[in-house]
Design a binder for this molecule. Structure first.
Ligand SMILES: *[C@@H]1O[C@H](CO)[C@@H](O)[C@H](O)[C@H]1NC(C)=O
Ligand SMILES: *[C@@H]1O[C@H](CO)[C@@H](O)[C@H](O)[C@H]1NC(C)=O
Ligand SMILES: *[C@@H]1O[C@H](CO)[C@@H](O)[C@H](O)[C@H]1NC(C)=O
Ligand SMILES: *[C@@H]1O[C@H](CO)[C@@H](O)[C@H](O)[C@H]1NC(C)=O
Ligand SMILES: *[C@@H]1O[C@H](CO)[C@@H](O)[C@H](O)[C@H]1NC(C)=O
Ligand SMILES: *[C@@H]1O[C@H](CO)[C@@H](O)[C@H](O)[C@H]1NC(C)=O
Ligand SMILES: *[C@@H]1O[C@H](CO)[C@@H](O)[C@H](O)[C@H]1NC(C)=O
Length: 450
């Protein structure tokens, strides 16, 4: 123990909090909701974007912008599964504030850090809002469906056939590191969103893109014949070499996208086979029934500590829309949730959760990712009591859409994509420099504040 005798008071305090740790009875809906509420409270304590003078939708350092988008996706799900509206207002405010001038989650402030995957996480949060019938934005603001379509449209326009026969690059802007990388999570976000837009709207343009993206992933070798998903590949060798790291969220994002296509195609054999294969390949991320991220055997970075949140979220949604996977998935969600809450014994509330669920105790790793992951695994166990996703096709979904969202790119960061930055292009280059400067000033301000 690190705590010495002169800290006896602290030891007692910790012991008391230890007794107050979260109990979870999976046979009781109320118990699951109560546990989720405690974990959600500890998660939202990290959020400062609604404080006076702060920016709605941003998490403080060291969390990147994308993780805030991911977190608000979790908070929509929190409301959807538990019915607790406590965080709806801040969630809605954040999702609208970050939508950017064109309603496509391309806010100018994020130009320095925004890749296709970052934009994708916000887009999927908006999609979740449409699917769960989260309270609509006020009139005059784009609907949740339109925001998801805005992300889809900007990304479809970035499909890059100059190398590797297609795919999305990781980065959007040439000046950001990783522009030459084509990665699975960026293509996974696009695939997942396209499939869900197809199911919601019935528009086959979206399903065509989902098919095309899946085929590209397989063709280029980012998805193996055993349905393992690798991290990514550089276009500098035409995507020959691969980074073979595997992550839970890559398995999950392709699993749910495929399950959505399975549902959209009324249970086609090809998508059934893919869902079966992806689910089988997802089971490697469980040991004795408990979910873990491969990096947990060494060190996970800030981003990686949140990946189990999305894997849990997408497994639960898969269980619902591809019912043949239900029993296999629910068993894993139950055993993982039971293990996960045992880590929630730390921090100043005595209920903050840790990273490694397989250990049965808190490992001292605390943060937004850790909280979000435990919240998603706990609330996922309510999937059978949830009302189910709505859609325009079924006539139950009423979110306002705009098939052309995101295609009007005047005066936004999108300009950088269509403005050729050549030696003679002084306006383009000047705009670029100005943006980079804004980014630098923004970055310094953040550092001074924190
Ligand atoms: C911001 O939101 C949190 C979580 O919902 C809440 O506890 C807090 O009171 C809010 N702060 C302000 C200034 O509204
Ligand atoms: C961009 O940054 C400015 C300055 O911090 C802030 O006032 C504004 O709300 C931010 N916009 C978005 C969309 O985050
Ligand atoms: C690059 O890779 C793609 C996809 O694997 C392949 O179709 C194409 O022929 C390759 N191009 C070259 C020049 O090798
Ligand atoms: C699925 O079935 C519905 C109802 O029979 C039909 O309208 C729809 O076109 C089918 N979808 C596909 C992709 O075949
Ligand atoms: C299931 O996954 C395991 C582990 O990745 C793999 O060895 C096996 O081939 C897979 N089975 C099928 C039917 O895909
Ligand atoms: C599609 O999902 C719904 C639940 O939203 C489910 O009732 C239905 O059985 C699914 N369709 C197929 C073909 O599994
Ligand atoms: C389907 O989506 C595409 C792509 O956004 C759009 O161009 C087309 O108008 C849509 N079709 C219908 C019938 O809404």
């Amino acid at each position: 123990m690190r705590i010495r005798s002169h800290h006896v008071g602290v030891v007692c305090l910790l012991a008391n909090f230890g007794d107050a740790a979260i109990t979870l009875d999976l046979t009781s809906t109320d118990s699951i909701k109560k546990a989720a509420s405690t974990v959600a409270f500890d998660l939202m304590k990290y959020y400062t974007g609604n404080n006076t003078g702060d920016v709605p939708g941003n998490l403080p350092d060291p969390y990147y912008w994308w993780e805030a988008g991911a977190m608000f996706g979790t908070m929509i799900n929190y409301w959807y599964y538990t019915g607790d509206t406590t965080y709806n207002a801040v969630t809605k405010q954040a999702l609208l504030h970050q939508a950017g001038d064109d309603g496509d989650y391309m806010p100018l402030n994020q130009t320095k850090t925004e890749g296709n995957d970052d934009q994708g996480f916000w887009g999927m949060a908006a999609m979740t809002a449409a699917e769960t019938k989260f309270e609509d934005p006020p009139s005059g603001q784009p609907g949740w469906l339109a925001l998801a379509q805005g992300v889809f449209n900007t990304q479809a326009a970035r499909w890059d056939t100059s190398t590797c026969a297609g795919g999305l690059r990781w980065q959007i802007f040439t000046f950001n590191n990783g522009y030459n990388y084509k990665n699975s999570i960026s293509n996974g976000c696009f695939f997942n969103l396209a499939a869900r837009l197809a199911l919601y709207t019935g528009n086959s343009t979206y399903s065509d893109w989902a098919v095309k993206t899946f085929d590209w992933m397989y063709g280029v070798g980012l998805m193996s014949p055993e349905y393992k998903i690798f991290d990514g590949t550089q276009n500098t060798d035409n995507c020959t070499a691969k980074d073979h790291n595997t992550w839970t969220y890559n398995a999950g994002i392709f699993l749910l996208g495929s399950a959505t296509m399975y549902n959209y195609t009324n249970g086609s054999a090809i998508w059934q086979e893919r869902v079966t294969g992806l689910l089988n390949a997802s089971l490697v991320f469980f040991t004795d029934g408990v979910m873990y991220e491969p990096c947990e055997s060494s060190k996970c970075n800030i981003d990686q500590r949140s990946f189990k949140a999305y894997f849990s979220r997408w497994l639960a949604a898969t269980a619902e829309i591809a019912p043949f996977t239900h029993d296999t998935i629910m068993e894993k969600l139950a055993s993982s949730a039971t293990a996960a809450v045992k880590t929630c014994t730390a921090g100043n509330t005595g209920t903050q959760c840790g990273l490694r669920w397989t250990t049965g105790a808190n490992d001292g790793s605390l943060g937004v990712g850790e909280q979000m992951a435990v919240l998603e695994i706990v609330q996922s166990n309510l999937v059978d009591t949830a009302p189910g996703w709505v859609s325009a096709v079924k006539g139950t979904g009423t979110s306002e859409g705009d098939v052309n969202a995101g295609s009007d790119s005047s005066s936004t960061a999108d300009d950088l994509l269509v403005t050729p930055v050549t030696m003679g292009d002084r306006v383009g280059a000047g705009f670029l420099t100005a943006l980079v400067l804004i980014g630098v000033v923004g970055g310094s301000a953040t550092m001074i504040i924190s």
